[in-house]
Design a protein around this ligand. Structure first.
Ligand SMILES: [Zn+2]
Length: 314
């Protein structure tokens, strides 16, 4: 038996899949409960897994891997803190709870971005590369680093946190984590939206805010505004490219990398042009312009999390 189950536990949905040797056999999605505590979340995971297994026609699996949106101790499978999940404002021994609920001996829980990075490394744009960073540009900016072919967590679990690289300490924009001048304060969609609204309210009208009509500014709206030549969108995306370029150049100088994979909702929507601009921004800041570094788009899209999670127990 080589089948495993991967679970991508998100703030709004739980995605579960049966995966066989890197191939997705079946998947199921259920909403993440907004109340009811950790036991409600475990119940939702159980339902999603049950549906995915049913759809795959049942059969045995050798383990379950789960990516959780928060700080995780991968050795014990405890989610230390996940502020976007009900009941996860204190440590939850999720691996142990799931082992009980699912009747599985082998359950591995890791951070969701780490799981997605493993997916891109083993099955996506990073196949065959030993030293790479996977960057996800979405609401925030997350990342996972693989060095010497292995996911690098570091003693404090901070390795690969590209979103919190410091790129503008002095007068830097405030990051969601509270510190000034981090990459995410310039390249995270949440921070970019806040900045666009500030500009708009300050009198510099932007299509981004007008088209959203009071709702969240979606990733596709950034692409549309750029194509229409919107000044605010153009400037904020320029800033995002510079921040990513500076942060990534610092990472390359610290550990040297062969490849950077760029994915996530906003990067996917802005496409290869955006990724090409990030590559240019990194390269122009390197000590040696002939570095073999390449910057490429992610290959697995939304499936990176669930596919990577399925690889965790193998
Ligand atoms: Zn930060």
């Amino acid at each position: 038996v080589s089948r495993t189950i991967g679970v991508d536990l998100g703030g709004t949905k739980v995605l579960a899949a049966v995966v066989d040797d890197g191939e997705l056999i079946s998947s199921a999605k259920v909403p993440t409960p907004a109340s009811g505590g950790a036991s409600a979340v475990v119940g939702a995971i159980e339902r999603a897994v049950g549906q995915a297994v049913d759809e795959a026609g049942g059969g045995e699996v050798v383990g379950v891997g789960l990516g959780a949106p928060g700080v995780v101790d991968p050795d014990s499978g405890t989610v230390v803190a996940a502020p976007n999940l009900t009941g996860f404002d204190r440590p939850v021994p999720l691996a142990a709870l799931l082992a009980d609920a699912l009747g599985q001996e082998r359950v591995v829980v890791d951070n969701d971005v780490n799981a997605a990075a493993v997916g891109e490394h083993r099955l996506g744009a990073g196949r065959g590369v030993d030293d790479l960073l996977v960057v996800f540009v979405g609401t925030g900016v997350g990342g996972g680093m693989v060095l010497g072919g292995r996911l690098r967590r570091g003693p404090g679990g901070l390795a690969g946190e590209i979103g919190h690289m410091v790129v503008a300490e002095r007068d830097g924009r405030r990051c969601s984590c509270g510190h000034p001048g981090h990459v995410e304060a310039y390249a995270g969609r949440g921070a970019m939206e806040a900045e666009a609204r500030r500009c708009h309210e300050g009198g510099e009208r932007s299509l981004l805010v007008e088209a959203a009509s009071g709702k969240r500014i979606k990733s596709g709206a950034w692409r549309d505004a750029l194509e229409a030549g919107d000044a605010v969108a153009t400037r904020l995306v320029d800033d995002a490219v510079v921040a990513l370029g500076a942060g990534l150049a610092s990472v390359v100088h610290a550990v040297d990398l062969e490849l950077v994979v760029v994915g996530g909702g906003l990067a996917d929507k802005l496409g290869a042009t955006f990724v090409g601009r990030v590559e240019q921004a990194v390269r122009s800041r390197l000590l040696v312009p002939t570095s073999p570094l390449r910057v490429v788009p992610a290959a697995l899209g939304d499936a990176s999390g669930v596919l990577g999670a399925a690889l965790l127990p193998t």
